[in-house]
Design a protein around this ligand. Structure first.
Ligand code: GDP
Length: 490
C-alpha cells in the first residue's frame, strides 16, 4: 500500500471503521492511516456509540485543552493560593492528569485507562510522561489539541512536581478518606465534602499496584459522585484499570453501550490513541518489509520473551517456550518449503540464537528474526523506547502470538493485534525464582481474550460492604490465565 502524496482517499480501512477522524494530514503521522494495512483482519468493529463518544471527547479536548482561554482560566484557579474560587459550574472544563511511570507497556495501558475514565467523566485528558518525552514516540491523538500537559509555571502549582505524588500524599483520595475531616460519610453511605461544602481544587488519585483500602474506594459509586465536582484530578497508575471501571456502578451502563464486545475495549482504545511517531513507524515498516513480509499466505509467529527474575535459568524459560510451541503446534510444517517466519522479541539475544539453532533457520523458510536485544530495561532513553515501541507494533502484526505472562509489553501487542496469545506462565515480578522449582504445567495457556489483565483490582463491593469474588459479578469479567488475582474482560 503506497501513499505518494498528501491527497489520499481515506477509506474505512484507513480510519479503522470510523475510530479515527480524517482531520490529520497524512504526512504528519504516517502510522495513523497506515496501521490498518498491517492489521487487516480485525473482526472487532467499534460501536456507533463509542464513535460518538470519541467525537465528543475530541471536541472537549479542543475547547478546553492547553492554549485555550478555558485552560488558562482553570489553571489560574488551580494555582490561586486562596483556594476560594474552586468548585465547578456547569460548562466549566474539568481535567484529568495522567501521571505515567514504568516501562512503555505499563504507560500505554495506563493512559488508555485514564482516557476511558476521562471520557466517562467528561474530563480533558492530559498526559504527564515524566522524564521522557511522549512526543518522541507518539503522535498527538486528538485533532487541533495537545494531550501533553504543559510544563507547570507557578512555583506553588500542584502540577509542578507530579512525580513526587504517592501513597503518602495528603491530597490523595485515600488519605482524605482515612484521616476524615475533608469528607463526611452519612449514615446511608453517601459521601460529601466537609466544610466549606465545596470540593478541593484538586484531588490526587493513587491507583498504582499495592494501593490501600481507602484508595480503592475510587471504584465506589458514592466516591465517583464526590469526585465529579473536583476541577482537577491527578491520577498516578501503571495499570489497566478498565475492568475496574466496569465494576464501578455509575459507569456500567455507559461502558456496556460503548463496548457491546467487552473483550475489545483495549483493542479499540489502543488503536484510537496510540500512533507511533514517524521515526518509530519508519523502524516498524522498514523492518517488516525486510524481514517479515513474504508471499501471500505466509504466517508469522511472534514470540515475546520477558524474564523478570535474573536468577531464573534461561534454559528453563527456553524449554518452556519450546514445549509450548510443540504442544500447541504453533511452529508446524518444518518443511524447508514452508515460508513461515518467526519474530522473537526479548531484551536478550540468547533465546533468539537458540530458537534459530533449534529450527536450523528452516521452519522457517521465512527465517527467525529479532529486531534488537537491548540487554536491560532503560529509562529516559529515547532510542531504547523507539525500539521497544516498534517491537510491540511488529509483534502486533504477527498471525500467532506467544507471550510471557505478567508482561504489559505483551498485552499491548496482543491488544493492538486483536489476537488471543498463548501465554507462558511466569513467576510474578516480585517473586524470586527458587532452585528446583517445577516447570509450569501446561507450559502455556490460551488467553481468554485479547484484553490486558488488570493486576490490582479492588475486591471490595461498596454497596454490600464486603469483599466479593470478582469473576462472579459480571458474565464478562474473568480471572486472568497469567495472574490469578487479576481480572480480565472477556
Ligand atoms: P513489562 O515490564 O513487561 O510489563 O513491560 P513494560 O513495557 O512496561 O516495561 C518493559 C520495558 O523493558 C519496555 O518498555 C522496554 O523498554 C524494555 N523491554 C522489555 N522487553 C523488551 C523487548 O522484547 N524488546 C525491547 N526492545 N525492549 C524490551
Amino acid at each position: 500500500l503506497f501513499f505518494r502524496d498528501a491527497q489520499v482517499n481515506l477509506t474505512a480501512d484507513h480510519l479503522l471503521d470510523g475510530l479515527l477522524t480524517a482531520e490529520f494530514s497524512y504526512r504528519s503521522c504516517r502510522s495513523r492511516y497506515e496501521f490498518g494495512s498491517y492489521h487487516k483482519n480485525s473482526s472487532h468493529k467499534p460501536s456507533p456509540y463509542l464513535l460518538s463518544k470519541l467525537r465528543k471527547q475530541e471536541a472537549l479536548q479542543k475547547r478546553c485543552g492547553p492554549g485555550t482561554p478555558a485552560y488558562k482560566n482553570a489553571l489560574r484557579r488551580l494555582q490561586s493560593s486562596d483556594g476560594a474560587a474552586t468548585g465547578v459550574e456547569d460548562g466549566d472544563c474539568r481535567y484529568l492528569v495522567n501521571i505515567s511511570f514504568r516501562g512503555l507497556g505499563n504507560r500505554m495501558i495506563a493512559v488508555a485507562s485514564a482516557f476511558l475514565y476521562a471520557v466517562l467523566t467528561e474530563r480533558v485528558l492530559l498526559v504527564h510522561w515524566g522524564k521522557q518525552d511522549a512526543a518522541d514516540v507518539f503522535c498527538e491523538p486528538f485533532p487541533g489539541a495537545t494531550w501533553l500537559l504543559p510544563r507547570a509555571s507557578g512555583k506553588r502549582s500542584p502540577l509542578r512536581n507530579l512525580d513526587d505524588y504517592g501513597g503518602e500524599s495528603k491530597e490523595s483520595l485515600g488519605n482524605m478518606l482515612q484521616s476524615g475531616g475533608a469528607v463526611v460519610v452519612s449514615a446511608d453511605g453517601n459521601v460529601s465534602w466537609a466544610s466549606p461544602r465545596r470540593p478541593p481544587a484538586y484531588v490526587y488519585l493513587h491507583l498504582s499496584g499495592g494501593y490501600g483500602f481507602h484508595d480503592k474506594l475510587f471504584y465506589c459509586g458514592a466516591h465517583q459522585r464526590l469526585l465529579r465536582g473536583v476541577p482537577w484530578l491527578l491520577m498516578r497508575t501503571d495499570s489497566y484499570l478498565v475492568p475496574g471501571l466496569f465494576l464501578t456502578p455509575p459507569f456500567v451502563g455507559e461502558l456496556e453501550a460503548m463496548f457491546p464486545e467487552k473483550d475489545a475495549a483495549f483493542h479499540h482504545l489502543g488503536r484510537y490513541l496510540f500512533h507511533p511517531s514517524n521515526a518509530v513507524w519508519r523502524a516498524v515498516t522498514n523492518y517488516h518489509r525486510a524481514n517479515l513480509a513474504g508471499a501471500a499466505g505466509r504466517r508469522v509467529v511472534g514470540i515475546q520473551i520477558r524474564v523478570f527474575d535474573k536468577k531464573q535459568p534461561p534454559q528453563l524459560v527456553l524449554d518452556q517456550l519450546l514445549s509450548c510451541v510443540r504442544n500447541e503446534k504453533l511452529l508446524p510444517g518444518i518443511a524447508a518449503s514452508n515460508d513461515d517466519a518467526v519474530l522473537v522479541t526479548s531484551l536478550s539475544s540468547w533465546y533468539y540464537e537458540r530458537i534459530a539453532a533449534e529450527y536450523g533457520g528452516g521452519v522457517a523458510g521465512g527465517g527467525v528474526h529479532q529486531p534488537s536485544h537491548e540487554g536491560k530495561q532503560r529509562w529516559g532513553d529515547a532510542s531504547h523506547d523507539v525500539k521497544a515501541l516498534s517491537e510491540m507494533y511488529l509483534l502486533s502484526t504477527c498471525d500467532v502470538l506467544v507471550t510471557s505472562g505478567f508482561s504489559t509489553f505483551g498485552y499491548v501487542a496482543q491488544g493492538l493485534a486483536g489476537r488471543r496469545p498463548w501465554v507462558m506462565a511466569r513467576p510474578s515480578p516480585w517473586e524470586e525464582w527458587t532452585e528446583g522449582q517445577a516447570a509450569p504445567e501446561p507450559p502455556c495457556r490460551r488467553a481468554l481474550s485479547v484484553e490486558p489483565c488488570f493486576h490490582s483490582p479492588s475486591y471490595y463491593d461498596c454497596a454490600a460492604g464486603r469483599d466479593v469474588e470478582l469473576d462472579r459479578v459480571r458474565p464478562y469479567i474473568r480471572r486472568c490465565v497469567d495472574v490469578s488475582w487479576g481480572i480480565q474482560l472477556v
